[in-house]
Design a protein around this ligand. Structure first.
Ligand SMILES: C=CC1=C(C)c2cc3[nH]c(cc4nc(cc5[nH]c(cc1n2)c(C)c5CCC(=O)O)C(CCC(=O)O)=C4C)c(C)c3C=C
Ligand SMILES: [Fe+2]
Ligand SMILES: [Fe+2]
Length: 334
């Protein structure tokens, strides 16, 4: 065997990597940390599609001086001992997937905004020998504001690399039988554990400006299809709604909060709600749905409210992720 000459860099043995990517979350439930996070998130042109000349003064003059304090209070209500729920559950998914895939694959996770960044993780995985990486945005429904920004960021990072890893991207899985089955199981399980029979079941998705639908973003259609397939799998009708409205523009409708406020008046006083578009529980599900949503519903005259958790690192959720990831790794692993 020939010796490696001194000038030759060390090269790790080739490996296959899977990089799970979620949205990101503040490091702490404090106004300062939330401000840092929101400044990065809301400066992304795919998230807020307004001309910079209009948006920058609004963002830096008003939003970043008011929203962080309010949002930090909301984060504090759901913060866990180990950190932000979104980060805690995403790390659990990484560990669960690593266990299921074994040593043949290295599983890591990154956040699109905040830490650990996509660039940091791609460099780290490459240094560990991952010459092939499956980039896995944890968004079942494709949206320019979420899925596409993950790919943009990975591409920007690759642009600076001499020796790029080969990248595959996990496609959206809004209608994948493995995902629909996992959701149906989790909802059935959630409903079976209740001490009341819901008269209405709601699937609440994160909202988007309505204009993005008119411009051709498939997000709305993919949410509708997920809801239809879950409803068929459960054999139950579902209300499909959109939550977390931001700003003054018209957003996708119906709004979750509006429906929760209206159902008791339609004599539907017992409700169960779940959030199929969120891979893990986070501020938007634990605070906005499970806390605020509950109050809105009970204040409007509802009698019983249940929030069914996201798939998180549950057995059914992890089995689904394993199925999707193994399929996309086809030809890379046996
Ligand atoms: C114009 C603003 C926003 C768009 C567009 C948007 C799209 C979008 N977001 C998610 C998923 C999540 N969003 C979360 C938090 C969050 N979202 C916005 C604004 C927009 N989202 C803000 C300002 C925040 C921060 C909290 C707040 O101040 O209200 C989260 C939770 C993060 C956490 O730390 O827990 C998720 C997840 C999707 C899927 C989506 C488009 C489809
Ligand atoms: Fe959001
Ligand atoms: Fe549609």
């Amino acid at each position: 065997m020939t010796e490696k000459p001194d000038f030759h860099p060390d090269i790790a043995a080739p490996k296959i990597g899977v990089l799970l990517v979620n949205l990101g979350t503040p490091d702490d439930p404090t106004p300062q940390a939330v401000r840092r996070y929101l400044a990065e998130f809301l400066s992304d042109k795919r998230v807020v599609e307004l001309p910079s000349l209009l948006w920058k003064p609004l963002l830096h003059g008003i939003i970043l001086n008011t929203r962080p304090r309010k949002s930090a209070r909301a984060y504090a209500k759901v913060w866990m001992e180990e950190g932000s729920p979104l980060a805690v559950y995403t790390k659990q998914q990484m560990a669960g997937l690593q266990q299921r895939l074994g040593d043949a694959v290295r599983v890591s996770y990154a956040m699109r905004y905040g830490r650990p960044g996509i660039g940091f993780r791609l460099e780290e995985m490459k240094a560990q020998g991952c010459e092939r990486i499956l980039l896995t945005p944890l968004y079942p429904q494709y949206c320019g504001a979420t899925t596409a920004t993950v790919v943009d960021e990975a591409g920007a990072e690759l642009a600076d690399m001499r020796w790029q890893p080969t990248l595959r991207v996990m496609p959206p899985y809004h209608d994948d039988p493995a995902y629909i089955d996992a959701l149906a199981r989790s909802v059935r399980e959630g409903l079976a554990g209740l001490d009341f029979e819901p008269e209405a079941l709601i699937a609440s998705f994160h909202g988007m400006p309505r204009r993005t639908l008119e411009l051709g973003d498939p997000y709305h259609c993919q949410c509708q299809k997920t809801a239809r397939l879950v409803s068929e799998a459960l054999g139950k009708p579902l209300f499909t709604t959109f939550q977390s409205r931001f700003g003054r523009a018209k957003w996708l409708e119906p709004a979750t909060a509006d429906l929760l406020g209206a159902l008791p008046g339609r004599d539907l006083k017992k409700v169960a709600i779940f959030a199929p578009g969120f891979s893990v529980d986070c501020l938007e599900t634990l605070e906005e749905l499970a806390m605020e949503g509950r109050s809105q519903f009970l204040d409007a005259g509802g009698s019983d409210f249940a929030y069914i958790p996201c798939l998180n690192a549950s057995d059914e959720g992890m089995a689904m992720l394993e199925t999707l990831v193994r399929r996309e790794l086809g030809g890379w692993i046996s």
